[in-house]
Design a binder for this molecule. Structure first.
Ligand code: TRP
Length: 346
């Protein structure tokens, strides 16, 4: 019961927070490999909030240079990411979609912010420690990654930033940098707030329900990709880990596998997971229904993705227009930052 209440409260809090936002910005790594967790936990609420709030969505290709990357595929992956955003329902009439490297202001502001952020605080970033661990050599870009992210956010005066739980520390840093800049040089930047998806929208791995669904899971059976075909979905659901009780109820502590299936169904149908549980007396029926609900959700997305990837002229138009719009906003903020810090105006 406790869990269900917490789930409802978080869901409510998320709705209220998005409604009150005046500007939202988020960044997404360049990949077309998005999975069901990305969609239900993040993308879908972006699609909803584009109608109530001015929103900017940035494909962060510069960030992807901080770890090993594939030069031959970078441009295509960037385009794929944009196609995915569009396929999932972002509408360029209602939000701005752009590519980070197309807007030079990001790296220009990054420098100003690097002269405000300290070595010590960057050195405390757990993602830097994790990604750098065991590497023979680590680039400076990996170290300053969170400052570029802060620039992404502050350039647009974003007051709400939808992010996954793993980006909480980076957002906290962006807030600190903004506040310090403002205190030192006068009110310049909006101090942003994190928008973390509600617990109920956190989709877990089908094979290891104690972990979040992720594209880098060791078993590909645990992750439903938005481009999976219906047979793959049915197969992954059939093999999803449950437990030996064969009674369907919602208890994520004791029955993480079954509860995750109920969460998925709940995220899709907007019904409470504990109420959904009452309708099932076997795992196989539950799995069939979850598979069908997933197929109904992702099939239109993959269909549209394929249409978009074969119409790159349209997609390039979207991101070229997006860059123009993004630059309009970013240029003003950058000028404000330069002036505040005392640089000579050209
Ligand atoms: N670091 C984020 C991630 O890996 C991506 C990102 C870059 C981002 N810039 C951003 C997210 C600005 C939100 C706002 O998920």
């Amino acid at each position: 019961m406790e869990i269900v209440n917490q789930w409802r409260q978080e869901k409510l809090r998320y709705c209220i927070m998005t409604k009150n936002a005046t500007r939202i910005l988020s960044g997404i790594q360049p990949t077309g490999d998005l999975h069901l967790g990305n969609y239900l936990g993040a993308l879908r609420s972006w699609v909803e909030s584009q109608h109530s709030t001015e929103s900017f969505y940035c494909v962060v290709d510069l960030h992807s240079l901080t770890v090993e990357f594939d030069r031959d595929n970078l441009a295509r992956r960037t385009l794929d990411a944009v196609c995915m955003l569009l396929a999932a329902g972002l509408d360029p009439e209602h939000c701005t979609i752009f590519v980070q490297s197309h807007v030079d202001e990001h790296t220009s502001l990054e420098w100003l912010l690097e002269c405000v952020a300290t070595f010590g605080e960057l050195n405390r970033m757990t993602q830097f420690k994790d990604k750098g661990a065991g590497q023979e050599s680590v680039t400076v870009g990996l170290f300053t990654y969170p400052v570029l992210m802060a620039a992404d956010i502050l350039l647009y005066d974003a007051d709400k930033v939808p992010i996954g739980d793993d980006q909480r520390q980076h957002l906290e840093l962006a807030r600190r940098i903004a506040s310090r800049f403002n205190a030192r040089y006068g009110e310049t930047f909006t101090v942003p707030e994190a928008l973390i998806p509600p617990v109920g929208a956190r989709i877990m791995d089908l094979q290891h329900p104690e972990n979040k669904m992720s594209k880098s899971s060791d078993s590909h059976l645990g992750t439903i990709f938005l481009l999976d075909d219906p047979d793959e979905v049915v197969n992954k659901l059939k093999r999803a880990v449950t437990d030996s009780e064969n009674t369907v109820h919602y208890d994520s502590e004791r029955k993480p596998g079954v509860s995750n299936l109920l969460e998925i169904l709940s995220a899709i149908t907007a019904e409470r997971p504990d109420v959904l549980a009452l309708r099932y007396d076997s795992y196989s029926r539950l799995k069939q229904d979850v598979a069908q609900a997933i197929i109904d959700t992702i099939s239109p997305i993959s269909k549209r993705f394929r249409e978009l990837t074969s119409n790159t002229d349209y997609v390039m138009d979207v991101i070229n227009n997006g860059a123009v719009r993004a630059r309009e906003v970013a240029a003003v903020t950058l000028a404000r930052g330069r002036e505040a810090i005392g640089l000579l105006r050209p």
